[in-house]
Write a protein that binds this ligand. Structure first.
Ligand SMILES: C=CC1=C(C)c2cc3[nH]c(cc4nc(cc5[nH]c(cc1n2)c(C)c5CCC(=O)O)C(CCC(=O)O)=C4C)c(C)c3C=C
Ligand SMILES: [Fe+2]
Ligand SMILES: [Fe+2]
Length: 319
């Protein structure tokens, strides 16, 4: 008889092993070679990626990583490891952490669960809003790992959790903590990572899921429509991405008399380069240069207890 032994696979994007040009190049090469992320025909993309993007971007971005690096490592990794540890402490089953790109790889994580006798994988990609470019890539990565196995586990795949009541409640608490500490701002900006508009046109429901989170959190906070706004950050390449863009929007707020803002990035389960540098540093500067006066960044849920409780709920719903 086949035993039923569940185990949890937490997945996030991945991050460089070190804030050096070589490590960032290695990471970006794997990440940007995934057709889920950049779907330009390979014959066109390969020479561009290897000849232009990696040589130019890696040294520049490695300096940005160095500016947010923590004593224990890259913020995304530090918070992801804490999330794994805290969730494991609350569950009576093995919990492993795997990254789509870089280390620890998805394969190392699935291998470790299988070695512990797991027969049922509960896969939790830590992306609250589905996108083909993130959750789709996790699915692909898993099937690639399974390609090397003679026997396969049962798989329960949590597609996303954009409106999960505990996710919204945890975000609400984080906003209320920030309002209590810094005062209520003129505007609360929810900045989500962007994707090419074309992906959405072709069926990716990511923008709908972002709107779902935005609407649920706005309602939970009881904020009027003119005190809250949704934007998209981290544009890459030349084609149009989801709009409005965070940087352009923030740059224009001061002139409209909006002097105090707080910005949160509810799509990031853990703080990382895109929040700690792009939002807290770059976009803060853009807002202040445009005539804004007071800017605060509301941290990601990271290893907050309420966030771990939400993960626990998502896993327990699969039992
Ligand atoms: C090239 C296209 C990209 C798409 C599409 C994309 C989607 C996407 N990404 C995240 C989450 C994260 N992205 C992070 C970094 C990052 N993203 C891209 C490009 C795309 N992302 C690049 C090139 C980078 C690396 C940094 C840089 O060179 O600018 C991170 C942070 C990683 C870290 O180490 O801290 C996260 C997290 C989501 C959620 C998403 C689609 C919804
Ligand atoms: Fe990204
Ligand atoms: Fe960025």
């Amino acid at each position: 008889m086949r035993l039923d032994k569940p185990g949890v696979l937490l997945v996030n994007l991945g991050t460089p092993d070190a804030p050096t040009s070589a490590a960032v190049k290695r990471y970006l090469k794997q990440f940007l070679s995934d057709p889920r992320v950049v779907d330009t025909p390979r014959w066109l993309w390969w020479p561009l990626l290897n000849g232009v993007i990696l040589p130019l971007r890696s040294p520049r971005v490695s300096k940005l990583y160095a500016s947010v690096w923590m004593d224990e490592g890259s913020p995304l990794m530090v918070y992801s490891k804490r999330q794994r540890e805290k969730l494991a402490a609350r569950l009576d089953m093995p919990v492993a952490l795997g990254m789509s790109y870089g280390n620890p790889s998805l394969k190392s994580a699935v291998d470790s669960l299988m070695a512990q006798g797991v027969t049922r994988l509960i896969v939790l990609p830590l992306y609250p809003q589905f996108s083909c470019s993130t959750v789709g890539a996790v699915w692909d990565g898993l099937t690639e790992v399974f390609r090397g196995y003679r026997s396969l586990p049962d798989v329960q795949f949590i597609r996303d959790y954009a409106e999960h009541p505990r996710y919204i409640a945890a975000l609400k608490s984080s906003v209320e903590r920030s309002f209590a500490k810094h005062g209520q701002p003129d505007l609360l900006v929810m900045s989500f990572h962007g994707i090419p508009q074309r992906f959405a046109n072709e069926g990716d429901d990511y923008p709908i899921r972002c709107k779902d989170t935005f609407a649920a959190l706005t309602q939970a906070l009881g904020l009027p429509a003119d005190r809250v706004m949704m934007t998209f950050q981290s544009r890459f390449g030349r084609e149009p991405w989801l709009m409005p863009y965070t940087d352009e929007t923030l740059g224009g707020l001061g002139a409209k008399g909006i002097k105090h803002i707080q910005v949160m990035s509810p799509g990031f389960a853990a703080d990382c380069l895109e929040t700690l540098e792009e939002i807290s540093e770059e976009n803060c500067e853009i807002f202040l240069k445009g005539g804004g006066e007071k800017f605060e960044y509301i941290p990601a849920l990271n290893d907050d207890d309420e966030h771990i409780e939400m993960m626990l709920d998502l896993v327990n719903a699969q039992r």
